[in-house]
Design a protein around this ligand. Structure first.
Ligand code: 0O2
Length: 245
């Protein structure tokens, strides 16, 4: 009995240590994303990240996933086979931002990319679209560095809206929604994809107009400056009317 109790205490300790690692990994990735957002502002003059959500998977959801994949509910299996215990969702304005961000994350020396799932280029049967990056983050502890897995889901506002609603419906019907609801959701996913495409091309058109306007203003400013220089040089210099008078 005492031994069993000890085992429970050891497991609780192990569980708490693990949760500490996942929380720390989330904090580190989040800080990197905030810095990236600032860097993005510097390079492209706007912030691509609308908002970030983070979560630690619930014990119930971990156990369900292990069971679904045919593994026993042990802490070792959970660490080895459940890759999204630490989850970060990054919501962007445009699809192009997703790929730019993913590229920047890929270049971070601290993180190693374990694998990527591009559900934007290859949407799921359900209609789900999102870009998933599975990374390993080195968490510094008093006992040394512990590589810790984090799942990053990067998607647009429209994709996030769709996924949140679909997730609720999926749970409401325990994965067995009536066919007409699944069909409607799939057609909504197509509308969302078209909307994202339209918004992206609108944004590109706006940016082109802004660039043209900035160019025109710069040319006008240069012309005005040239006139001022001539005026300042006085009527004696280079004034052809003076010679003919
Ligand atoms: P929850 O409640 O969000 O945690 P892997 O281990 O990476 O090989 P995995 O994790 O079994 O594969 O599956 P996948 O397909 O990569 O999905 C990972 C997560 O993406 C899911 O976690 C969801 O958050 C999200 N997701 C995947 N497919 C769908 C979908 O069709 N609709 C919605 N709304 N979300 C989806 P969980 O654990 O399923 O759920």
């Amino acid at each position: 009995m005492a031994d069993e109790q000890l085992q429970v205490y050891e497991d609780v300790n192990e569980w708490q240590n693990l949760m500490f690692l996942y929380r720390s990994a989330i904090r580190e990735v989040r800080a990197t994303l905030d810095t990236m957002n600032d860097e993005f502002q510097f390079i492209y003059q706007y912030n691509p990240i609308e908002y970030i959500k983070t979560r630690i998977k619930t014990p119930e959801s971990i156990v369900n996933k292990l069971r679904r994949d045919g593994y026993e509910s042990t802490i070792q299996n959970m660490v080895e086979y459940v890759n999204d215990i630490a989850g970060i969702r990054v919501v962007c304005s445009f699809t192009s931002d997703i790929y730019r961000l993913a590229e920047m994350i890929g270049k971070k020396n601290d993180f190693s990319i374990l694998y990527v799932k591009d559900f934007i280029k290859h949407p799921k049967e359900s209609g789900y679209r999102s870009y998933h990056m599975h990374i390993s983050v080195p968490v510094q502890t008093s006992k040394g560095i512990v590589p810790t897995k984090v799942e990053l889901q990067i998607r647009t506002i429209a994709m996030d809206f769709w996924a949140s609603l679909e997730h609720k419906i999926y749970y409401k019907f325990e994965g067995d929604a009536p066919e007409y609801i699944s069909r409607d959701l799939r057609s909504c996913a197509t509308i969302v994809a078209n909307l994202d495409e339209k918004m992206l091309s609108l944004n590109e058109a706006i940016m082109e107009l802004e660039a043209d306007q900035a160019q025109r203003e710069a040319a006008e400013a240069a012309a005005a400056q040239a006139v001022n220089v001539l005026k300042a040089a006085g009527p004696d210099t280079d004034d052809p009317r003076k010679e003919t008078a």
